[in-house]
Design a protein around this ligand. Sequence first.
Ligand SMILES: C[S@@+](CC[C@H](N)C(=O)[O-])C[C@H]1O[C@@H](n2cnc3c(N)ncnc32)[C@H](O)[C@@H]1O
Length: 309
Amino acid sequence: MTGALHVPVLLEAVLQNLAPHAGGVYLDATVGLGGHAERVLAIPGTRLVGLDVDPEALAHARQRLAFAADRAALEEAPYGQLGQVLDRLGIAHLAGALFDLGVSSLQLDTPERGFSFRHDAPLDMRFSSSGVTAAQWLREVAEDELVTTLWELGEEPGARRVARAILRARDREPVLTTGQLRRIVWSALGHPRTRIDPATRTFQAIRMAVNRELESLPAALESAARRLIPGGRLVVIAFHSLEDRIAKHTMRRLSGRCVCPPGAFACQCDPEQVLTVLTPRPVRAEEPEAEANPRARSARLRAAERRAT
Ligand SMILES: C[S@@+](CC[C@H](N)C(=O)[O-])C[C@H]1O[C@@H](n2cnc3c(N)ncnc32)[C@H](O)[C@@H]1O
């Protein structure tokens, strides 16, 4: 039942870079529907801790990974708490950690989750069942914060125009549905003229803001890297340039290179020799995968290996 719902992205590249092997303990920090985890656990003798904030995704993952239930621990927790979860489970070291960031196709394709403008539905967009919905966030947000969010997280060139249109609309009536938000963006930017709907960037930005998607990522990646055994692998799949930059900078800094902005007066980033970067350039999906799975088109995979100190 779950197999058809979410096609794991860059699966072969994940397996190649994570290099799972018997006896290894792996962390899947965003287990989702368990697509990548299934292949890790298919190797006899592996163990896996899977985290996700979405209870619905975890229920699917539990079914999919039932064949290895005695080797898998699935926990409803954000990756920002990976240290606490691993400590509670008595796991000090990892042979590998995977972060497959962003939204799953189950989330996108479930209308009432409010992630997609393909269905008119309540504007929710939360990965977890708690926290502020997109509708609540839009009710309160100030113009400047909205502009910054649309510009930075959505890379929306018309950020100011869209923000003003949203503020004008919300003065008339609350913005409560995906359909309303899409029409507001169209009113600011015009109707779709290409395959990409102009509302795509706004929806992405608001989803990332509502779920605070970038907030705990740098610390979580570093915490996972520090738990790796020598030779252990850290693998990150990003779908957004800011996520990818965080993965790149974290891996670079932990491989001993300075990532301070050019022209910085003195190094502030405190580089350390913990990792070796395995992917000087990110791995991208090859044509057949990008053709078959549109999500794969924007995926960028980076990997690093723990040094023997
Ligand atoms: C792209 S999907 C992962 C798909 C998974 N690799 C698979 O093959 O099925 C990303 C998942 O990360 C989860 N997620 C988002 N933010 C999270 C966070 N802070 N901590 C843990 N999981 C998170 C989402 O709920 C979603 O299920």
